[in-house]
Design a binder for this molecule. Structure first.
Ligand code: FES
Length: 637
């Protein structure tokens, strides 16, 4: 073989192409080309979602259960298992690519925040990033102190901040900035840390702004906030582009360990954030230089990836982070463009799988100030829990996986236009009645719809307590080929994809595992302090499922405790809400630090009680029906 030989790989229908070395991984070539390929498992061959069709040339692929011999003969391969052995022409499914696109600039509080922008504006405004107009004393032959000395003296006199930290980037411009407007200047200060963020010559009468940012495993949400009034000036939201490298945090960590993986994960995320910031700022009438701070909340893995810090030890025993709270930085240091003078802060995390997003959530819920026993649940990609009150708090992460965000379920998609969000089943005909987000025909089913389906199938006898289909009830919507049965929710002719939208026993199994992990986490946390679910006085629900979640169905499937439904409260995206509160108030930010220090973390992966509870949860609703008295009464009355 000639040395340095390259093969040309062309992708359809995009028309993009790339030259790669012999044996190069086909999925990697797709990603290198800037295309998106559905890859829930991050490229380890276990999700079956990265299939492509080789139209010309040869790619050598390992055998996989996801590709039948007939499909193999037609040219189908899993791209993550295929090596490039010649020039290739490859068809990459186009529809999947749209899953990772930014949703756009529409503010959808019902989906992303749970509170309206006007409600957010009513919170305590106690700015700790401040703007002050100063007149610095002029030097003279009899008063020949340095410019820097006189600047610090003026700052101390006006703000009380003694010996502020002045970055060298500001000192470089200082002589001109001071003299340009006859010693009149405006300073932007971080009052909590005594740091000068920016300096303008002249007295400015413009307001200053900040960005509250939630970096989720699945989505990114940001608010542009007036730091003097608390008003939310605009919002942006979109998918985390790292999804193409793996849907959950474990697969992201695995990918970050590959050569160039960490830089790639950080790069795609920061690129997307930069685009969102441009839209956010250009959509308002403000000057980008007046955006002076960014407050971030995210889970530990996302924060490591954002700061470019290797997250690999998070998944290796004894499961530690590099840092639970990253140092305050400048936008330049973290790669954020367009906001050249802003400082970047993050909410402190608690432990390896309990991050600043949960600290933020506890802050937003207010449970840390209340006497009542409360449970906080963030039902996102992972499933994090905190239980306690003003005197004590304990937390854990229960590895629920991405099933409730559409991952690991064949027809699962995230909550977006075309997603089935509500389902009920007719008792006699077993026909599904569905509600779809937006005006579109259904494309798939999202988390709240999946919980409804499992609950309804169980109540109507479509499945048994183990999640297996009852095949002798005359259900015409059940299609079985040998042992592979699928319950058709929407027939091909009525869906947006032209294919059946269905749920299979494998899907049901994945969802039952996810719900078992959540409930086992709740029981285990409570048992650590000799309490039971009936002791709970409030349950706060945060996360992606949001207001679409039918609590009753979540109880019926055994995911949430069978307690008075009035105790449940939806909070929406508390991660961004807590970031907003911390941005607006120094007191709140200091409280978030105390919260993170106050929560005792329980590691469930080595907890035998958790394992017992988890196994008990692999039935609907639970092995011991006494835990679910109202469900038992409904079923056996
Ligand atoms: S099977 Fe290839 S990415 Fe999951």
């Amino acid at each position: 073989m000639r040395k340095n030989k390259k093969y040309q790989v062309s992708f359809l229908p995009s028309g993009k192409s790339i030259k790669v070395s012999p044996g190069y991984n086909l999925r990697q070539a797709i990603l290198d080309c800037g295309l998106t390929i559905d890859s829930s498992c991050g490229g380890v061959g276990t999700c079956g979602r990265c299939r492509v069709k080789v139209l010309k040339g040869s790619a050598e692929s390992k055998k996989t259960k996801f590709i039948s011999p007939e499909e193999e003969a037609e040219g189908y391969v899993l791209s993550c298992l295929a090596e490039i052995k010649s020039d290739l022409e490859v068809e990459v499914p186009e529809q999947k690519e749209s899953r990772a696109k930014i949703i756009g600039g529409k503010f959808r509080p019902e989906e992303y925040a749970g509170v309206s922008s006007s409600e957010l504006s009513e919170v305590e405004v106690e700015p700790w990033i401040i703007k002050e107009n100063l007149t610095v004393e002029k030097p003279s032959l009899s008063y020949g102190t340095s410019d820097l000395y006189r600047l610090k003296k003026s700052i101390a006199g006006k703000t009380g901040i003694k010996g502020p930290e002045i970055p060298i980037t500001i000192i470089r411009k200082l002589p001109d900035d001071l003299r340009d407007r006859d010693w009149d200047i405006t300073v932007i200060m971080d009052r909590e840390n005594g740091v000068l963020i920016d300096l303008h010559s002249g007295h400015l009468d413009r307001n200053i702004y900040g960005i509250a940012l939630d970096i989720g495993t699945t989505s990114l949400v940001m608010y542009l906030v007036d730091l003097l009034t608390g008003e939310v000036m605009g919002t942006q939201s979109g998918y985390n582009p790292q999804i193409k490298y793996g849907e959950d945090i474990i697969n992201r960590i695995v990918y970050s360990n590959k050569r160039g993986g960490l830089a790639r994960l950080k790069g795609v995320m920061v690129d997307t954030l930069n685009k969102m910031i441009v839209k956010l700022v250009s959509g308002s009438s403000i000057n980008a230089r007046d955006v002076v701070s960014v407050m971030i909340a995210g889970n530990p893995t996302m924060m490591h990836l954002f700061y470019g810090v290797p997250p690999r030890y998070i998944r290796q025993e004894p499961y530690v982070t590099v840092a639970n709270r990253f140092s305050d930085s400048t936008t330049r240091e973290v790669g954020i463009k367009h906001l050249s003078n802003a400082h970047v802060y993050c909410l402190p995390g608690i432990a390896s799988y309990l991050g600043g997003d949960i600290t933020s959530g506890v802050l937003a819920s207010g449970m840390y100030r209340e006497k009542e026993l409360a449970l906080f649940i963030d039902l996102g990609t992972n499933g994090e829990l905190v239980v306690g009150n003003s005197e004590w708090m304990m937390g854990c992460s229960c590895s629920a996986g991405p099933a409730f965000e559409g991952g690991g379920v064949k027809c699962g998609i995230r909550a977006a236009d075309g997603a089935i969000e509500k389902v009920s089943i007719d008792q006699g005909s077993y026909k599904c009645n569905i509600d779809v987000i937006g005006q579109d025909r259904p494309r798939g089913i999202c988390g709240s719809g999946l919980i409804d389906v499992i609950g309804e199938m169980y109540l109507k006898g479509v499945i048994d307590r183990k999640g297996k289909f009852n095949q002798d009830i005359g259900n015409k919507h059940l299609e079985c080929v040998e042992k592979d049965c699928r319950y058709i929710l929407v027939p091909a002719g009525e869906s947006a994809t032209g294919e059946n939208i269905y749920i299979s026993e494998v899907d049901i199994d994945n969802l039952i595992r996810a719900k078992a992990a959540v409930y086992a986490g709740i029981r285990t946390l409570l048992e650590e302090v000799d309490l039971h679910t009936h002791d709970l006085e409030k349950v706060y629900i945060a996360g992606g499922l949001g207001k679409h979640l039918n609590i009753r169905n979540a109880v019926i499937i055994g995911m949430l405790p069978d307690i008075d439904l009035k105790k449940y409260h939806f909070l929406g995206n508390t991660s961004v809400t807590g970031a907003y509160l911390s941005l607006m108030s120094g007191n709140k930010y200091n409280e978030s630090v105390k919260i993170s220090e106050h929560i005792t973390y329980i590691e469930l992966s080595v907890n035998m009680k958790f394992m017992d509870r988890y196994v008990a949860g692999l039935f609907l609703p639970y092995t011991d029906m006494k835990d679910f008295p109202t469900v038992e009464e409904y079923l056996y009355r």
